[in-house]
Design a protein around this ligand. Structure first.
Ligand SMILES: Nc1ncnc2c1ncn2[C@@H]1O[C@H](COP(=O)(O)OP(=O)(O)OP(=O)(O)O)[C@@H](O)[C@H]1O
Ligand SMILES: [Mg+2]
Length: 373
C-alpha cells in the first residue's frame, strides 16, 4: 500500500519559483498522469518525488513517511526516462540485472529475477544482445525491465515514449497499462501528450505554470473542465471558446452582433464571460430553427470518417465536427446549434462558472458512476 501525498510543495531554482504550492494525493496502486505544457513543472514535481531535486517548501510523503530528507535510494522509487541510457557494452540481461548485482544479490537469484521480468515485457529472446542491436521500442522495454527488477514501491515515468514513433508509442502505452494492471504498483507518468494522458490515466493532474489546474478522471476533466485553460488544453480539436458578455436577459453577445440564446446565462446578466462548446457538440441546423447560429464557412479539414468545418460566426471562430459529405466551399452560409448541456461558461478569472445545465450534467455523470461502481 503506497500512497504519495503532496502538501503545499514548492520548488525554487535559486530565487526563481517554478512550482508554487502543489497539494495532491495519489492513491495506492493508482496510475496518475501529470499533464501540462512544456515548462509547467511536470519533471520538477516527479524529480522531487524521486529525490533528484530538493523540495524547497512543503512536504512529500510516500506512504506515511515524509521523504524530504531521504536519499533517492531510500525512497523505493524506480524512474524511467525518455533517454534511457543503457550500458552499451553490457547485454540486455546484464543491463536489467545490474542494480541487483550492485545490491549484492546472489547470481542464481538474480538470474531468475531478470528472466521473470524480461518475460513480462517480451524481452526473453534478446537477453544476450547488446543494446546497440535493439530497436527503440526494445531499448525502452529494457529500461522498463531495469526499473521493474528492483520491485519498487513507486514507478515514475518522465515522457518515456517521446523518442518513439507514433505507432510504437501506442503499443508501449498498452504495455505499460498491462504491466500496471499485473503489478499494481503506484505509478506517476509525466507527459505533455493529452492522448497519451487520457488513455493511460486513472486520474490526471493538469498543471499550468507551476500550479495545479485540475485533478480528475479523464472523463471528468473532459466533461467538466475546471478552467478555461483545461477546456482549451484537453480535447482535439480544442473546445470553441467565444469571448463575450451576457446582456440583461442572459443572451450571450459576442463578436460583431453575434447572439447566443440559452439558459446558461441565467443569473449571469451583465457579466463578461467565455462560452465554451466542444466541436463534437456543434451540429449543423436548418436556417431559422430555434436558436440556430448563422455562420460562414472559412475552410474544411477532411478527417476521413468526419470533417472539421471552420466557420465564422459574427466574427467569432466556430469549429464543428461534421459527418456530411456535400461540398462546403469557403463562403457557404451555414447554421449551427448545440445542446444546452454542452455549454461551458468561464468567468473573467478563467475559472468555470457552474450553470443549471452543467450541474444537471454532473448529476448525470455521478449517477453513471454509481451504476458502474
Ligand atoms: N536546474 C534548473 N535551474 C533553473 N531552472 C530550471 C531548472 N530545471 C528546470 N527549470 C525551470 O523550471 C521550470 C519547470 O521545468 P520542468 O523541467 O519541470 O518542466 P516540464 O513541465 O517538465 O517541461 P517539458 O514538458 O518541456 O519537459 C521551467 O521553467 C524550467 O526552465
Ligand atoms: Mg519535463
Amino acid at each position: 500500500m503506497t500512497t504519495i501525498t503532496f502538501k503545499s510543495v514548492k520548488k525554487r531554482y535559486k530565487k526563481t519559483p517554478v512550482v508554487h504550492g502543489v497539494d495532491a494525493q495519489i492513491q495506492s496502486n493508482e496510475f496518475v498522469v501529470i499533464l501540462g505544457p512544456s515548462g509547467c513543472g511536470k519533471s520538477t514535481l516527479l524529480r522531487m518525488i524521486a529525490g533528484l531535486e530538493e523540495i524547497s517548501d512543503g512536504e512529500i510523503l510516500i506512504g506515511d513517511t515524509v521523504v524530504n530528507q531521504l536519499e533517492p535510494r531510500e525512497r523505493g522509487c524506480a524512474m524511467v526516462f525518455q533517454n534511457y541510457a543503457l550500458y552499451p557494452h553490457m547485454s540486455v540481461a546484464k543491463n536489467i540485472g545490474y542494480a541487483l548485482k550492485v545490491a549484492g544479490m546472489p547470481k542464481d537469484e538474480r538470474g531468475a529475477r531478470v528472466l521473470k521480468v524480461a518475460k513480462s515485457v517480451g524481452l526473453e529472446p534478446y537477453l544476450d544482445r547488446l543494446p546497440g542491436a535493439l530497436s527503440g521500442g526494445q531499448r525502452q522495454r529494457v529500461a522498463m525491465a531495469r526499473a521493474m527488477v528492483r520491485e519498487p514501491k513507486v514507478f515514475l515515468f518522465d515522457e518515456p515514449f517521446s523518442n518513439l514513433d507514433a505507432k510504437l508509442r501506442v503499443a508501449m502505452r498498452s504495455e505499460v497499462r498491462r504491466l500496471h494492471r499485473d503489478l499494481g504498483v503506484t505509478s506517476v507518468f509525466v507527459t505533455h501528450d493529452q492522448t497519451e494522458a487520457m488513455t493511460l490515466a486513472d486520474r490526471l493532474i493538469i498543471m499550468n505554470a507551476g500550479r495545479v489546474e485540475q485533478i480528475g478522471r479523464p472523463s471528468e476533466v473532459y466533461h467538466n473542465p475546471a478552467s478555461r485553460f483545461v477546456a482549451d488544453f484537453i480535447g482535439s480539436p480544442a473546445m470553441n471558446l467565444i469571448e463575450g458578455e451576457f446582456d440583461a436577459h442572459g443572451t450571450f453577445l459576442h463578436g460583431a452582433g453575434g447572439r447566443i440564446v440559452s439558459d446558461a446565462g441565467r443569473g449571469l446578466s451583465g457579466r463578461k464571460a467565455v462560452l465554451g462548446v466542444r466541436p463534437e457538440a456543434v451540429r449543423r441546423a436548418q436556417p431559422g430553427s430555434n436558436g440556430a447560429i448563422a455562420a460562414t464557412v472559412d475552410y474544411v479539414e477532411e478527417l476521413g470518417a468526419s470533417r472539421l468545418v471552420y466557420a465564422d460566426a459574427s466574427g467569432s471562430r466556430l469549429i464543428a465536427v461534421d459527418t456530411g459529405t456535400a461540398p462546403l466551399p469557403s463562403g457557404t452560409p451555414v447554421h449551427f446549434t448545440f445542446a444546452e448541456q454542452d455549454i461551458h461558461v468561464f468567468g473573467e478569472d478563467g475559472r468555470r462558472i457552474e450553470t443549471e445545465a452543467s450541474r444537471a450534467r454532473q448529476q448525470v455523470d455521478a449517477d453513471d458512476m454509481s451504476i458502474t461502481a
